[in-house]
Design a binder for this molecule. Structure first.
Ligand SMILES: Cc1ncc(C[n+]2csc(CCOP(=O)(O)OP(=O)(O)O)c2C)c(N)n1
Ligand SMILES: [Mg+2]
Length: 326
């Protein structure tokens, strides 16, 4: 494994930052509803961080609504992200979009869409552009198990494989699409086997093991950059909270949720670091303190930031110059 101690500590920090940011958004929303309705990815942090760590600046990611850590790991600041949740002008979309589907092209994050899987063909277009430009930047698209049944996913997989495009399909299989179990919406338990039908590798990974996710991602990225085509990575994971904060008491059993909590991806990395004596409790506590301070600062910044002025209502909505009457 090419990851050094410093890398592992950075990965640990990013996972904690993602977790803490989301926990605080959820907590804040309970008392003062945010403009954003949190759809948290708490419990799924290893997928986002394991796949984004070591991506290049010029690579483009297209996150799903769960891939919160990906925004942070790709370089969007906590302040920008939190401001997005508050719909403040300091957010990435200057208050026009919450951090739910946020993007920031400067960090290589393409804004999402409310149409589940609608971003897959966009990722495909990015990978096609890279090929036409003879460049080796890649696109990484994230989508859930429910989304994996949409036509956009299948059409994108087919075209990507036929044209050997530099795109990686990361399926975050958390077992549910809102309240529908994966066994109800898909005829196969392992979604990765569908990759075979398109002639690309389909890899199944423990999505709560950040190091396994990282390894699978690196193999897929090498392949994508070398012009060998796409890979489908299915990360088996679980979301701890309801689909959104609107349904905190979803239909899943408490036992099931508790069982998955014992497989916490952050605790797993922490245990590894401690057991292999790569870090001690003191170092890890210091990281937690740093992260808490960063999130406190982000909240204070977002609270004190202004909403966008009314004059900006049409800014960045239409192309400069408007639509010409012919
Ligand atoms: C085309 C479309 N159908 C339905 C919805 C409503 N919807 C939003 S998220 C979601 C579930 C997605 O499940 P999954 O892909 O497994 O992602 P997860 O929420 O589990 O991360 C649904 C049905 C939508 N936004 N777009
Ligand atoms: Mg799901």
């Amino acid at each position: 494994m090419s990851l050094k101690r410093e890398d592992l500590l950075k990965i640990y920090r990013m996972m904690l930052l993602s977790r803490t940011t989301e926990e605080r958004m959820v907590e804040y929303h309970k008392h003062t509803p945010l403009t954003e309705l949190p759809h948290s990815g708490i419990g799924q942090e290893a997928v986002a961080i394991g796949t984004v760590y070591d991506l290049r600046k010029e690579d483009l990611i297209l996150p799903s609504l769960r891939t919160r850590g990906a925004f942070l790991a790709k370089g969007i600041s906590s302040r920008t992200m939190m401001s997005g949740a508050f719909a403040k002008v300091t957010g990435a979309a200057r208050g026009k979009n919450t951090s739910h589907h946020m993007g920031d092209i400067r960090a290589g994050v393409i804004a999402g869409t409310g149409v589940v899987a609608g971003h897959l063909p966009v990722g495909l277009g990015i990978a096609l552009a890279a090929k036409l430009q003879k460049k080796d930047y890649i696109a990484v698209v994230y989508f859930g198990d429910g989304a994996s049944n949409r036509g956009d996913v299948h059409e994108s997989m087919n075209m990507a494989a036929v044209m050997k495009l530099g795109i990686v399909f990361v399926c975050e299989n958390n077992g549910y699409a809102i309240s529908t179990p994966a066994s109800f919406h898909s005829s196969v338990p392992d979604l990765a086997i569908r990759a075979q039908g398109y002639g690309m590798p389909g890899v199944i990974v423990d999505g709560n093991d950040v190091l396994a996710v990282y390894e699978a991602a690196q193999t897929a990225y090498d392949r994508a950059r070398e012009g060998e085509g796409p890979t489908f990575i299915e990360c088996k994971t679980y979301r701890w909270r309801g689909h959104s904060e609107r349904d905190p008491r979803d239909l899943r059993s408490a036992d099931e949720i508790e069982a998955w909590k014992t497989k916490c991806p952050i605790k797993r990395l922490k245990d590894y670091l401690l057991q292999d004596k790569l870090a001690d409790e003191k170092t890890l506590n210091e990281i937690q303190c740093e992260v808490t301070a960063e999130v406190d600062d982000a909240i204070a910044f977002a609270e004190s930031s202004p909403y966008p002025p009314a004059e900006e209502a049409l800014l960045h909505v239409y192309a400069e110059g408007g639509i010409k009457d012919e």
